[in-house]
Design a protein around this ligand. Sequence first.
Ligand code: NIG
Ligand code: FE
Length: 387
Amino acid sequence: MTTRVLTNIGELTTNDPSLGDESDLGRLYDAAMVIDDTHVLWIGQNGDAPAADERLDVDGAAVVPGFVDSHTHLVFGGERSQEFEARMAGTAYDGGGIRDTVAATRGSSSNELRAATSRRARALQASGVTTMEIKSGYELTTGGELRLLEIANEFSDEVTFMGAHVVPDEFLHDRDGYVELVVGDMLAHCAPHARWADVFCDEGAFNVDEARTILLAASDAGLELRLHANQLGESGGVELGLELGVASVDHCTHVSDEDLEALASSSTVATLLPGAEFCTRSPYPSARRFLDADVTIALATDCNPGTSYVTSMPFVIALAVREMGLSVDEALWAATRGGAAALRRDDVGHLGIGARADVVIIDGPRAAHLAYRPGGVMVSQTIRASR
Ligand code: NIG
Ligand code: FE
């Protein structure tokens, strides 16, 4: 095991309130940290830094925990730039384009899908992501969803079965038949290859009753639950998510005050995905409203070919600050510790002693540069535990 000391950290965000200034961000200035191949061993002032096998002088840079991207659809074939251009010219998003990606994905070889997923995973990592969730959902057959999960498992331990993304073309006149397939054969084959199950519960996808049936079956099959909810309207998805105690309700573009009150008194995280509002030219939800209601929020990329072909967490942070009313610190917390909460993880999203050594060195003296310089390459180095 090699130990490494990072010295001359201008601003260190640990997200551990027992450290530094004892705020939620647990912040230290003129700091140092020691990690080994897997964990954080020591945090303190630069002048007190102990010796280690290797030394990395970061020259006054800001250091933050690796980003936790708790919502991606990374495994897909094809692309939908024409749909994007049509939307920018005024066409509304209704989820229908998902079927185009299903056709393109079914027509891709496993090696093509693997290579495309690898490019996107590397782009996310270069933007500072050290933990990423990956969903299936673009084949919508038993063998196809299984294939996507197997590829997703090559890139992450946080893999989600999403056979209920939309009803595929061949079942358009037999919705019930598709739900039966998902809860039967598909779940039986896919559950061993995933930690999570997710459903797109919205107008144009699955209604609340269908989503409940699928999620209950997934839970019986041993999967933990998360849910796409209230992206296109007040679909009742948030209420369903709370009824089932899901780890996270994602999108939440349209929520009522009652939804927020109920979320605040639950352990369910609301994951906001401003890349989707950006790429569908939709009104952003106010993240401020969630925080004022005491709801725990996460920020994620939602990387997918339709609504958010976004592979940069700093871009998501910048959108959340500029368009959703968060301070930089609130957005940074949501993209790290918030994402970890959405994945029910307490070993990532912070740099407390014993946390995983997932560390991002910012190209700038303060984490605020993440939002202050939108579109720039904000990460000079990403360190991932064991990698
Ligand atoms: O999170 N909302 C459902 N699923 C994706 C969009 C998928 C697509 O359009 O291909 C999302 O936005
Ligand atoms: Fe999504």
